[in-house]
Design a protein around this ligand. Sequence first.
Ligand SMILES: Nc1nc2c(c(=O)[nH]1)N[C@H]1C(S)=C(S)[C@@H](COP(=O)(O)OP(=O)(O)OC[C@H]3O[C@@H](n4cnc5c(=O)[nH]c(N)nc54)[C@H](O)[C@@H]3O)O[C@H]1N2
Ligand SMILES: Nc1nc2c(c(=O)[nH]1)N[C@H]1C(S)=C(S)[C@@H](COP(=O)(O)OP(=O)(O)OC[C@H]3O[C@@H](n4cnc5c(=O)[nH]c(N)nc54)[C@H](O)[C@@H]3O)O[C@H]1N2
Ligand code: SF4
Ligand SMILES: [Mo]
Length: 695
Amino acid sequence: MLTTLTQCPFCSVQCKADIRLEEGTPQGSKSFVVQGAPNAASQGRLCVKGQNAHQHAQGRDRLKQPLIRKHGELTPASWAEALSLVAAQFKQTTSRYGQNAIGVYGGGSLTNETAYMLGKFARVALGTRYIDYNGRFCMSAAASAGVKTFGMDRGMTCRLSDIAAASCIILAGTNIAECQPTLMPYFLQAKEKGTKIIVIDPRYTATAALADIHLPIKPGTDAILAAMFMKIIVSEGLVDEDFVASRTEGYAELQAELAGLDLAEMADRCGLALEQVRTAAIMYGDAPTGIIFTARGVEQQTDGHLAVRGLLNLVLATGKIGREGCGYGAVTGQGNGQGGREHGQKADQLPGYRSIENDADRAYIASVWGIQPEDLPRQGVSAYELLERMNSQEIRTLFIMGSNPVVSSPHADRVEEGLKKLDCLIVADMYLSETARMADVVLPVTSYLENTGTMTNLEGRVLLREAVQPPPGEAWHDWMILRELARSLSKEQYFQYTSAEEIFEELRIASKGGTADYYGITYERLRQEGGIYWPCPAEEHPGTGMLFAERFAHADGKAVFAPFQLPQQTEFPDGEYPLTLTNGRVLAHYLTGVQTRRSPALAARQLHNFVEIHPQTAQQYRIREGEWVEISSRRGSFTVRSKYSAAIRPDTIFVPMHWGGIQNVNKATNPALDPFCKMPGFKTAAVRIRTATLD
Ligand SMILES: Nc1nc2c(c(=O)[nH]1)N[C@H]1C(S)=C(S)[C@@H](COP(=O)(O)OP(=O)(O)OC[C@H]3O[C@@H](n4cnc5c(=O)[nH]c(N)nc54)[C@H](O)[C@@H]3O)O[C@H]1N2
Ligand SMILES: Nc1nc2c(c(=O)[nH]1)N[C@H]1C(S)=C(S)[C@@H](COP(=O)(O)OP(=O)(O)OC[C@H]3O[C@@H](n4cnc5c(=O)[nH]c(N)nc54)[C@H](O)[C@@H]3O)O[C@H]1N2
Ligand code: SF4
Ligand SMILES: [Mo]
């Protein structure tokens, strides 16, 4: 090991860890000692996933050689053979169907350097407009809401250290106790100081155990609840009139829209007691300081954008932003969920959060890349729409780097059908994931222990993660694969990098002057300072922890209230499909489980998938505790074991997302998209449940 300081590969906190190899055990086996290392976000803490992440990275089934499908089987091959096959395929697809018949699909686990290069690779080496990434399924509702309301999207507008200074905190659809466990002490400390906490979740989660008020909302109705809060805050006289007048727009229009709404009817739609909602709204409205956090419970809905904006309306109406103990936080999910959405993996985006449809942005990035602006493709389509284009055969060749869409996409069976229709599927991964197993070419990549790069955590803090060991076998860094593929396509002049740091140096310039400005950040500074918040426009600049202290990011400096539209969920329970299926995570597993299911210590904590079901509901459907049940929606069915829980609403069931095959919850989820941000309505599907017949 070169150095022992590393960073957990999983969630958005990006805890630092010390990993040491202890050799010389009696059997000659290697053993690793992992400990949390000092860092500002987790304050040295590490959760069970971080403590065991090395198990998968050191595991036996890491891919160590490229694989090519021959006579139906994935067969080991040399890099030369794999690269020339991929390049030939790209050329053939382009000559037969045009450049836009190639799709590129990225991920939020990739480093900033790789994410940046993947966007450039798609636009410059392949010339396709079709690139998007798994963050569309993750951050898109909160991101688009932040852009519309504040003029920019950075997950947290304040710092983690502001949590203790907040007098009231709303946690809406976020299960921090299981998903960002090392942040829990921030909330516990706040509580000790007297902070009031409101949790909005259909389940009484480990996070809800923090709450002074738990609102067990009916899934998919958060936009209605946010509007209720607003009406109550107005009628109780809790609006910060000065803030609204001097720093916002659109307040009067919103009031007019809310005037005719009936609170009792709205409470009924949310499945909540009006008096409890009123108490909660007054608690937040009355507090001198406060922070609202949202995560996927609110956001992964067909009205996720409006639901988040509804909550941002409360932030603006009460003037709780831009000062200590105040703000909004979209609790970002993946390790580089934040940075991954800033540098050009998104269909409509160029590095530095620039827009691919803006002429000045196009001209600037074209000049950095040494191409003509007219050679830059235009905006493509969102992740699910891109996958749908495989079914219509507009996309013929797909290149996936850092995602497992066979398990993680809504209506998973349809995505699988689409993948089968491709002329060629290329997957760059560390393992034979469910998606890689379907590929024609699999390219082995390095893990967090081997790959140097920067990651941006949920606060917008850029961190440097350095390699601690050499790659296993013939695994390559993602950026090396992209560089060599560009060479095979005779585009090497645009991809002359010999290290991640060189890519970062170009990213600094590409992001300069953009919303997500990284220009002032260097590897050297990151080594010395530990982490730096963007925007950081100059090397002398300390970085920006607290956003919007004086002005918002819209041209006129004002924030914009969102209008209220009665949200249109696309699917409600009915006689045929009487229950609401929602879904999410458990502590020990990560996303589609490709990594954590390969870590013995983590796998042992939860071997199989399950459905959390209220005992009353289980009785109604004659389902015994622990038995196999089949859950079906209009899309498809999956089979899991039942697990009784009195902590969930009786009209709702909850299934984790960490398993593929017949246990994959996404066989049933809803692919209908939010019209504003194209987020699928993952979290609300109408289903029926019955005992499974296993033959
Ligand atoms: N252990 C673990 N940690 C993770 C991950 C992981 O896979 N495992 N993934 C990471 C990633 S990429 C992400 S995006 C984050 C996700 O972090 P979260 O969004 O916090 O996680 P989820 O479990 O998907 O959903 C959060 C909560 O939303 C609730 N919910 C469901 N429907 C609704 C609704 O309609 N309204 C409201 N208000 N709540 C609802 C669920 O009951 C659940 O408790 O976690 C990150 N951290
Ligand atoms: N039903 C339901 N579905 C969901 C969600 C939900 O809440 N409910 N959440 C959605 C959310 S928030 C997310 S973020 C998505 C995530 O879903 P996916 O995009 O499928 O994410 P992962 O399971 O992390 O898959 C990442 C793959 O990339 C590989 N990988 C990891 N690091 C690297 C790397 O550095 N380079 C390369 N080349 N490969 C790497 C891993 O081995 C793994 O195979 O799922 C979405 N799907
Ligand atoms: S999973 Fe998240 S909270 Fe746990 S150690 Fe890793 S980065 Fe930290
Ligand atoms: Mo995510």
